[in-house]
Write a protein that binds this ligand. Structure first.
Ligand code: PLP
Length: 401
């Protein structure tokens, strides 16, 4: 399992915003793993909740005639938390499964409604939606798609922030043949943290409504506080038809994801008396122990008011990083939306070397979006540690550039 430079870094323990490697180093977890360790590592409370659930019942399927209390309670809690009226929750085991499930759900919705021509899905250049079948086809990073052939016929990719181009694509394909538009609020891993242009997301949502297209918001990274509000949809005033969740749902303590549906799609399948059934279910959808982890994780998020903490810290994080843009090896600093920032280098090689050199500065960082250093710390990071990140990147740059 090679890293970018071919060196394996074994992480053996975590506590708060820190992880420890097998050589005993204590390292600040600057990317929060893969954007997931939101409430921090080593939370005994979550481990205990999972242990209690495992001793009671590991899990049981939550489709057909079966359900479990943790899955039911978590579904109710999520439905009340999202800014979507009458929300229904379908559990998965992670972000990529949420993407697959959402595309199937949308396709099935249009078939059930007799609009069988509506099959195409529009996504954005630089977007990332996991790497299962549909996700691989829909990803806006050509290298991730290459070599698999056409996995989802009717895939359409549009520029990142261009509403006119989005409408042109809809009209060129025929609005009656487009099933859904799928986007992230803040593009995370694909293009290396790109916050939305002013008005883009509400404009895209309006275009979807105008043309009768299902609006799917991928909040796998942004969900549960990372964008400085419980959901990015709250911050940007969005009311998606489908919302995709994973990572921050459990802060990574166990794998779990969800598709939250509202509006017409929910009505197709969940209205009382509907003849339509979404014939889809995964053995571990809504795994009971994972749902217990999610409940304990949400308890911590709320009790410690961590979303407010992220919103309050976002400008401090960006202000600290911005001076790095004066360095000749740095192309750009992006961020300002919660604990989501990136320091883009001109060259991947430099980014990879800086990431390696950061270990000597007592920090772990990863390269994302081609050539950017991912700065997305756990929400529990101390201010003093937040302030140390830019200096550490600068020192690492000094070692390699
Ligand atoms: N969607 C987005 C926006 C992501 O960033 C990711 C993963 O990073 C996924 C979907 C896929 O999630 P997973 O890796 O849990 O399958």
């Amino acid at each position: 399992m090679p890293t970018i430079s071919g060196r394996v870094h074994r992480i053996v323990r975590g506590q708060g915003a820190y992880v420890f490697d097998d050589e005993g180093r204590r390292l600040l977890d600057v990317p929060a793993g893969l954007w997931f360790a939101n409430v921090g590592h080593g939370r005994a409370e979550i481990a205990e909740a999972v242990g209690r659930q495992l001793r009671e019942l590991a899990t049981y399927p939550v489709f057909g005639r079966f359900c479990t209390p943790p899955a039911e309670e978590l579904a109710d809690r999520l439905a009340a938390l999202v800014p979507m009226a009458g929300a229904k929750v379908f559990f998965t085991s992670g972000g990529s499964e949420s993407v697959e499930t959402a595309i199937k759900l949308v396709r099935r919705h249009w078939q059930a409604r007799g609009q069988t021509e509506r099959q195409a899905v529009i996504t954005r250049e630089g977007g990332y939606h996991g790497l299962h079948g549909f996700g691989t086809s829909l990803v806006g990073v050509p290298e991730f798609r290459a070599g698999y052939g056409e996995l989802l016929p009717g895939r359409i990719t549009v520029p990142m922030m261009d509403l006119a181009a989005l409408e042109r694509a809809i009209l060129a394909h025929g609005s009656g043949r487009v099933a859904a538009f799928l986007c992230e609020a803040v593009i995370a891993g694909g293009a290396g943290v790109v916050p939305p242009a002013e008005g883009y997301l509400t404009g895209a949502q309006e275009l979807c409504r105008k043309h009768g297209i299902v609006f799917i918001l991928d909040e796998v990274v942004t969900g549960f506080g990372r964008a400085g509000s419980m959901f990015a949809a709250d911050r940007y005033g969005l009311r998606p038809d489908l919302m995709l969740l994973a990572k921050g749902l459990t802060s990574g303590y166990l794998p779990l994801g969800a598709v939250v549906a509202a509006g017409p799609v929910a009505e197709t399948f969940w209205n009382p008396g509907t003849p339509h059934v979404f014939e889809h279910g995964l053995t571990y959808s809504g795994h009971a122990a994972a749902c217990a982890a999610a409940m304990a994780n949400l308890d911590i998020l709320e009790r410690e008011d961590l979303v407010t903490r992220v919103r309050a810290g976002e400008s401090r994080l960006l202000a600290g990083l911005l001076p790095l843009s004066a360095h000749p090896e740095i192309a750009e600093v992006r961020g300002g939306t919660g604990f989501l920032a990136a320091v883009a280098c001109h060259e991947l090689e430099v980014a990879a070397q800086v990431a390696d050199a950061m270990v000597a500065e007592g920090m772990l960082i990863r390269v994302t979006g081609g050539n950017a250093l991912q700065v997305s710390p756990p929400f529990v990071i101390e201010d003093a540690d937040l302030d140390r990140i830019p200096a550490a990147i600068s020192a690492a740059l000094g070692r390699v550039a």
